[in-house]
Design a binder for this molecule. Structure first.
Ligand SMILES: [Mg+2]
Length: 233
């Protein structure tokens, strides 16, 4: 079913499950970081940027020697525990950057997404990303998609530094940061609780239910299966 939105000046989009498959992040990116982490640190542990984050890891884990193998083990354990530690995110970001640069993978985007984003921009809409992945990881992802570099289409990027995705306050801060009132923004996401939080501020919302997922029978948010079903009046 098509959704027609009115009064929207900016689109704020989630990534996983919305512009891109959850599987790309879960089955490609995260395993790549885990697999390459020991070798990456062996090769680059002396680089100032890497060393800085190894020190931070050691501090957080109470390890005295930041060159110890225990630091690598700690990072691997954090990955397994899905810990959102800043040093881990930073190091993963560097590994992914190397992986994209080497052409080991390209980011998935659903087929209609690039064309729709361009069309929305041509209509005068501003485009923003809000994802739990770090801003650095978001820029890498959209900079290296199967459809080329899409990063220049976006006007700004938000991650959980601004707050959690299920918290109303995060959406208020984003609206303030982009200097629009919430009703002038539409938030696109696959997750109902995130959409609820956004709507709590007055933002417009559209849920993405990518096949094989289906739109709920009695959902409280407008729901589409792809970006092609969203129109702006
Ligand atoms: Mg999502």
């Amino acid at each position: 079913m098509d959704v027609e939105l009115r009064g929207v000046r900016a689109v704020l989009t989630d990534i996983e499950g919305t512009t891109s498959s959850i599987a790309f992040v879960k089955d490609v990116l995260f395993p790549y970081a885990r697999q390459h982490l020991p070798r990456f640190i062996a090769a680059h542990g002396g680089d100032p940027e890497v060393a800085h984050w190894l020190d931070a890891t050691a501090r957080e884990a109470g390890i005295e020697d930041s060159t110890s193998r225990r630091v690598v083990d700690t990072l691997l354990r954090w990955i397994d525990e899905d810990r959102k530690a800043t040093p881990l995110k930073a190091i993963e970001g560097m590994i992914w950057r190397a992986g994209y640069a080497a052409g080991d993978y390209q980011a998935h985007v659903y087929p209609e997404v690039p064309e729709r984003l361009r069309a929305w921009r041509d209509q005068g809409l501003r485009l923003y990303v809000y994802s739990s992945g770090s801003v650095a990881a978001q820029k890498l992802l959209f900079g290296h998609t199967e459809a080329g570099d899409l990063s220049l289409l976006f006007d700004g990027w938000f991650d959980t530094e601004i707050g959690g995705k299920r918290e109303r306050g995060s959406y208020l801060r984003i609206a303030e940061a982009i200097a629009l009132t919430p009703p002038a923004i539409v938030f696109l996401s696959d997750i109902g609780a995130e959409l609820d939080a956004a709507r709590g501020t007055g933002m417009q919302t559209v849920q993405l239910c990518r096949p094989p997922t289906r739109c709920p029978e009695s959902g409280t948010h407008a729901c589409v299966t792809d970006f092609g079903s969203i129109a702006f009046a």
